[in-house]
Every structure is written in structure tokens, then in C-alpha cells.
Ligand binder design. Structure first.
Ligand code: DAH
Length: 348
């Protein structure tokens, strides 16, 4: 009986050896292990069968099964390790590095020209002590018009080509000036803020119009602020941004929220003032609107105009970016053609 058992077990062992010989991966070796030694494996069945042998034969049979089991386990493990090593070597071989290959470029984004210009503009004003404030793009009539001294029925409301979100109610702000009101409602003077943001008007897009664009608003309110401060700050800004030799002129103008009001022109950055098509042969380019804050605006937010005064301005970021980079069409900013955007670099 023992001899029969021994013979069967030797048979199993030889079969396992042959199978291991033919195995080509660690997974094959694992399958062989399961078939031989697993729960339903041959060796396991033999071990269970020992229980039905006569008592005196059991010890020897048990030893025999264990010995073969250990031998098989060892053979499988050895082969498995060898196959795993072979598989790793093959993988490394296939993944070998050619250090002479050119590197793969990662697509790196660049900053949008409007972001670059906005940051540059804000930085100049930060150095003058302004802090950055922001307000909502969806505004109400009070902040966008009323408090800015633009009463109902005033033609300026129509001129602004307002996009209403609700008839006569919430609207898309037509300028960043409402943030002047929000800032003064929220804090006591003195205030010295610059306000970057997107504004909206129902314009038909063409080379110089877009239904949305960006402005930077400025507001400086303190005791004793006058037109002289306005002239200094904005002239200084032009010289820092465009260079110290660029000519500046203030032209009288009209805005409801400032009195007096002016427009600031700079010498054409393309022709240097000689006259070209960009400046309509005048030698000057209109840069921004500005003025001394109208006392009615201060009163609207509960600031005493007897004590406090200030100046404000608003400028279009696209226009400034266009004359800085000689960009001929405002729509280029919003098409997001990477061939256009990549030209401005400015790092990531
Ligand atoms: N809000 C004006 C506009 O969008 C620009 C402007 C003009 C802003 C004069 C001001 C200012 O703060 O003082 O056309």
C-alpha cells in the first residue's frame, strides 16, 4: 500500500517537474502550485486519504506525503523565482533608456496678455499705495447708475448699452465704477483702491468692440485730495508704464460721477506723436477717463463732501494691451488661438 502511494507521489512529482520545465512565467508556476498543492490539489487529496489507511500505516504515509509536498513546493518556488527574474530582465530590456534621445516637451501654458498687462498696471498703482478691490459682475441699478449720479431716464444709461438680467433690475455691470460705491459703502475714508474687472455692453463685435472687456477703476478719497493729485498720479502712471518721455495731456470731458472730468491722452505709442492711422493722424491716443469725485457721489454713500474729496479714473485694459503690443483687433483676446496667445510669453 505504501509502495503504491510512493509510486503515485513520485508520478505527481515527475509531472510537476515536467510542467515546471514548460512554464514560461511566474503565473504559470503559480498555476502549477495550485494544481498540486492547492485546496483541491492532488497532494492535498493524498494527504486527506491518509485518514482512511490502517492506523499503523498512517505515520509512514504521512511522512511520505509531507516529504514529496516539501520537495514539490521547493521546486516550484525555485522555478518561480527564476521565471520572475527572467520576466524582470525582459521588462528592463524593453524599457531600456536611450539617454541620447531628445527630451519630450511638456505643453506649458503661458499667461494671457490681458493678465500680464493687468498685473503690470496694478503693480504700478500698488507701489503708489493703492490696494486691489473687486466687485460683482452682476450689479444692481443703484450701484451701476443711481449712486454714480446717473438718474433714471438719463441718456448715459442708454449709451452704455446695458445688458439686463431682469427687466429694470439686475444687470451686467457696464463699467467698474459701481465698485467705487461698494468700497465706500463698506469702509470709511480714506480709501485708495484699484479695481480690475470684466464689464459688459451689448455691442456688436468688430475690431474695436467686444460685448465684454476689462477695466481698471481707481479711487482715491482722503482729506484735501484735489485735481493736482489726480494729475500727478496718472502722469506718473503713464511714465512708469509707457516710459518717462511719453507726452501726456488732459482734455476736458464729461462724466456724471466726476466734476471736473477729463480724458487723459498720451502721445501715440506707434508713431511717437507724428501722426499715423492708429491715432487718426492726431499724434494722440485716448487712454482713460478721470475726474474729481462729484460731491453727489460722496453724499450717496454717506461720506461728507465738506471733509473728504477724491479723484477717480477708469481705463480699458484691452485698449492698453492693444497699443502696447500693436494688436489690431480686440477679438483676438477672446478667440484663445494659442498661436496668438503664445507670443506674449510672460512665463507660466
Ligand atoms: N466708467 C467710465 C466708463 O466706463 C470710465 C470712467 C470715467 C471711470 C471717469 C471713472 C472716471 O472713475 O472718473 O466709460
Amino acid at each position: 500500500m505504501i509502495d503504491e502511494l510512493r509510486e503515485r507521489l513520485e508520478g505527481v512529482r515527475e509531472r510537476v517537474d515536467r510542467e515546471l520545465e514548460a512554464a514560461s512565467s511566474p503565473e504559470d508556476a503559480e498555476e502549477i502550485r495550485v494544481r498540486a498543492l492547492g485546496k483541491k490539489g492532488v497532494l492535498t487529496a493524498e494527504a486527506k486519504a491518509i485518514g482512511s489507511l490502517p492506523v499503523e500505516a498512517r505515520p509512514e504515509a504521512g511522512q511520505l506525503v509531507n516529504r514529496i509536498k516539501d520537495a514539490i513546493e521547493e521546486a516550484i518556488s525555485e522555478r518561480e523565482a527564476a521565471l520572475a527574474e527572467k520576466a524582470l530582465a525582459a521588462r528592463l530590456e524593453s524599457e531600456s533608456l536611450d539617454v541620447t534621445l531628445p527630451g519630450r516637451r511638456h505643453g506649458q501654458g503661458v499667461r494671457h496678455p490681458l493678465s500680464i498687462v493687468t498685473d503690470e498696471l496694478l503693480d504700478i498703482f500698488r507701489r503708489m499705495g493703492f490696494t486691489v478691490a473687486r466687485g460683482p459682475e452682476a450689479e444692481d441699478v443703484w450701484h451701476n447708475f443711481e449712486a454714480l449720479n446717473i438718474p433714471e431716464g438719463h441718456p448715459a444709461r442708454e449709451e452704455m448699452d446695458t445688458l439686463y438680467l431682469e427687466p429694470g433690475g439686475l444687470l451686467l455691470r457696464t463699467h467698474t465704477s459701481p465698485v467705487q460705491i461698494r468700497v465706500m459703502e463698506a469702509r470709511e475714508p480714506p480709501v485708495r483702491v484699484v479695481v480690475p474687472g470684466r464689464v459688459f455692453r451689448s455691442d456688436t463685435p468688430d475690431a474695436s468692440h467686444s460685448p465684454y472687456f476689462h477695466q481698471i477703476e481707481g479711487l482715491w478719497v482722503d482729506e484735501g485730495i484735489s485735481l493736482a493729485h489726480l494729475k500727478w498720479a496718472l502722469t506718473e502712471f503713464v511714465h512708469q508704464f509707457y516710459g518717462p518721455d511719453v507726452g501726456v495731456r488732459f482734455r476736458p470731458s464729461y462724466f456724471q460721477f466726476t466734476e471736473p472730468s477729463a480724458e487723459l491722452d498720451i502721445q501715440c505709442v506707434l508713431c511717437g506723436g507724428a501722426g499715423c492711422s492708429a491715432c487718426k493722424r492726431t499724434g494722440w491716443m485716448e487712454l482713460l477717463g478721470c475726474g474729481v469725485v462729484d460731491p453727489a457721489v460722496l453724499e450717496a454713500v454717506g461720506v461728507d463732501p465738506e471733509r473728504w474729496s477724491g479723484f477717480a479714473w477708469g481705463m480699458g485694459v484691452e485698449r492698453i494691451a492693444m497699443n502696447k503690443y500693436a494688436i489690431p483687433d480686440i477679438r483676438l483676446f477672446f478667440e484663445n488661438d494659442v498661436r496668438f496667445l503664445r507670443q506674449f510669453g510672460g512665463g507660466a
